[in-house]
Design a protein around this ligand. Structure first.
Ligand code: MSP
Length: 643
């Protein structure tokens, strides 16, 4: 029995658009989640938005919006970003959800009843930027030491949590659990912080100053401090959730956070949980910050990397790969356009992509496109089999220990080894004299490619599903797949396709084109029909609706068709047969939004009645025609008319 895995990201403030920092943590969580599922664990992935507090209230006011409407808008932007980046969370919590608000009030009442909350007149330097008080000593040049913004002296009655009471316990807990705070240098940082006496935590804000929050259950003139409200999300989201074995989903296996929110998580959150008698998370893992060209990203400098733009320009998987491969978990990373293109071209286009296309060609030429059987082989053959056997447990161990970058590098190192192996064995020459030996070499390479596609599938779910499909073994890995030699002999490879077209450096520097939208039918503007033009009425005879793919499976006896079950907002889902399998693996289609031609006369394809057609853009690429799905830019309810 494997252990269930519960991973969280910070919940993001709804005063900003999703940026690379948000994208990094969320993709990291997604990769860990997918990896645990791949290795057979039950896994649960929570993300969401942090919607109360002064920053949000101010951002809403600035935009002239009601705070809730502002939260709805920005929260939606995060959800859209995660769709664009292929993030497969299980739950998206919003701190304005009624259930969360009720849970927060309940827990604060429990702290109060236990005598862990008291009221006190307090005077301190308040920073709006950081939404907290600082002591005179903590100020730097009279300004807030974190955001360096002005502070104001405020005197007011507030409620305090007896955090100091748990200081000794916390030190003991961190010392007894070396992997509680990761990486180790962050653990030492927290222990260093705890060498000073720990102050109690102000957990209230007077409503007169801040109305946008959760009212305290025992004094409605106050709202809860936004961090207390926010931290409780990790527990409130799963308070009633059970794993399959009946045990409670709380506590979390790991909270992924950025290094700037270490104290709130390692000190505030842990002591609150302790006071509530709740179990502690197993790990709190702080990652570093992304810089751009060696500098801190900021809107003022204009050097911010936009994750949605990157995914739109190069594809989500390729961007995810760079984020995961280039940042050592825990350290800071530096994003450069040249680095992005270089990593992509070296690892994916050259090492992985070329190995696949070379091997594919040889299998076509000498084995009619079907995987040959391996013979016992030479020493070099046996060495490659042993290396592959060792790769599976090593990568699994890395992923389980959060060393995603290290796991990826091991897979790519194996691919490089396979490239050396094929160069040394030279099957293109060997085939002239020894077909059995040629087949052995090609089999081991196909087996290595299978392993790479599977092990990298948490990082690049769509591209690797495609590679597995091209290898003739679509879908989730089956049986004891973590074994060298699990590639099925005789399986037919699908027609070759270029998986990772090279990124030319200039392209990485060219500003992004507008998101791929279907070109507005210019003709629609014309009132009357001229040569080749249609009228508005003619155009709208075609009923286009937004729809969602619920299920997808290959159609037997063809490599082009997929049978889809599509929610078009009707009483029952429709069956649509689409000729896009060479471009999308069936499982990569599930959950996608599409534009459906809804009033097309039904027709039978391979004996299946298809009711509708989905829209794609047809692009010419070096490798031939490529189809890309056309979809609404953000979630549109199935059945919404497109026009
Ligand atoms: N709302 C709080 C978290 C509450 S969790 C109970 C918050 N939100 S945030 O939207 O401001 O930041 C979210 C995360 O983004 C933080 O973990 C922060 O470290 C991370 N990043 C912000 N900029 C970053 C980079 N440039 N690079 C990497 N991560 C960075 O804090």
């Amino acid at each position: 029995m494997t252990k269930p895995f519960y991973v969280t990201t910070p919940i993001y403030y709804v005063n900003d658009r999703p940026h690379i920092g948000h994208a990094y943590t969320t993709v990291l969580a997604d990769v860990l989640h997918r990896a645990h599922r791949l290795f057979g664990d039950e896994s649960y992935f929570l993300t969401g938005t942090d919607e109360h507090g002064q920053k949000v209230e101010q951002a809403a006011r600035k935009a002239g919006m009601d705070p809730q409407a502002h939260c709805d808008l920005y929260s939606g932007r995060f959800k859209d970003a995660w769709v664009a980046l292929g993030v497969s969370y299980d739950q998206f919590i919003r701190t304005t959800d009624a259930a969360h608000k009720a849970f927060v009030r309940e827990q604060i009442q429990r702290l109060f009843d236990a005598g862990d909350i008291y009221e006190k007149e307090y005077e301190g330097w308040y920073s709006t930027g950081e939404e907290r008080f600082f002591t005179e000593k903590e100020l730097v040049d009279g300004k807030d030491p974190i955001s360096h913004r002005p502070v104001e002296l405020i005197r007011e009655k507030n409620y305090f949590f007896r955090m100091s009471k748990y200081q000794a316990w916390l030190i003991g807990h961190i010392e007894a659990n070396p992997a509680f705070i990761l990486p180790e240098f962050r653990r030492n940082e927290v222990l260093g912080f705890l060498r000073q006496p720990l102050a109690d935590l102000c957990i209230s804000r007077p409503k007169a100053r801040l109305a946008w929050g959760i009212p305290l259950p025992f004094d409605e003139n106050y709202v809860a401090y936004v961090w207390v409200d926010a931290l409780l999300n990790y527990w409130s989201a799963v308070k009633d959730r059970k794993w399959k074995d009946g045990s409670a989903a709380w506590p979390a296996t790991v909270h992924l956070i950025g290094k700037d929110i270490l104290t709130t998580h390692c000190v505030y959150w842990t002591t609150i949980l302790r006071a509530l008698g709740a179990p502690q998370p197993e790990h709190i893992l702080a990652h570093g910050w992304w810089m751009k060209d060696g500098q801190r990203m900021s809107k003022t400098t204009g050097n911010v990397v936009d994750p949605i733009e990157m995914a739109g320009k190069f594809g989500a998987d390729v961007f995810r790969y760079y984020l995961m491969r280039d940042m050592v978990v825990g350290q800071d990373g530096d994003f450069t356009d040249a680095g992005f293109a270089a990593t992509h071209n070296a690892d994916l286009a050259n090492d992985l992509g070329n190995l696949f296309s070379r091997t594919h060609k040889l299998v076509e030429q000498h084995f009619a496109g079907a995987a040959p059987a391996p013979a016992r082989g030479s020493e070099a053959d046996r060495a490659i089999v042993d290396a592959l056997g060792a790769l599976f447990p090593a990568v699994e161990e890395d992923f389980r220990a959060f060393r995603v970058d290290a796991g990826i590098k091991k897979v790519i190192a194996h691919i490089r080894e396979l490239n050396r192996y094929i160069d040394a064995a030279a099957p293109w020459r060997l085939a002239k004299t020894d077909l059995a030996a040629t087949g052995t070499v090609l089999y081991h390479i196909l087996d290595g490619l299978r392993a790479a596609a599977t092990l990298l599938s948490p990082v690049m779910p769509v591209k690797m599903a495609k590679l597995l499909e091209l290898l003739g073994i679509p879908g989730a890995p089956k049986g004891d797949w973590q074994r060298a030699g699990a590639y099925p002999v005789g399986v037919r490879l699908a027609p070759v396709e270029s998986l990772f077209p090279k990124i030319e450096l200039a392209a990485a520097e060219i500003p992004a084109p507008a998101a791929a939208q279907p070109a507005p039918p210019a003709a629609v503007k014309a009132a009357a029909s001229e040569d080749g033009l249609v009228t508005v009425d003619e155009f709208f005879r075609t009923k286009l609706v937004s729809a969602k793919i619920l299920a997808a499976e290959p159609v037997e006896g063809t490599d082009k068709l997929v049978k889809l079950s599509v929610d078009a907002g009707e009483a029952t889902p429709r069956t649509v047969v689409a000729g896009i399998r060479l471009h999308y693996a069936p499982e990569a289609l599930v959950g996608r939004q599409i534009v459906l031609v809804a009033n097309l006369a039904p027709r039978k394809l391979k004996g299946i009645e298809s009711r509708g057609m989905l829209l794609c853009a047809k692009m010419k690429t070096e490798a031939g025609e490529k189809l890309v799905l056309i979809a609404p830019e953000s979630d549109a309810a199935p059945g919404s008319p497109v026009g």
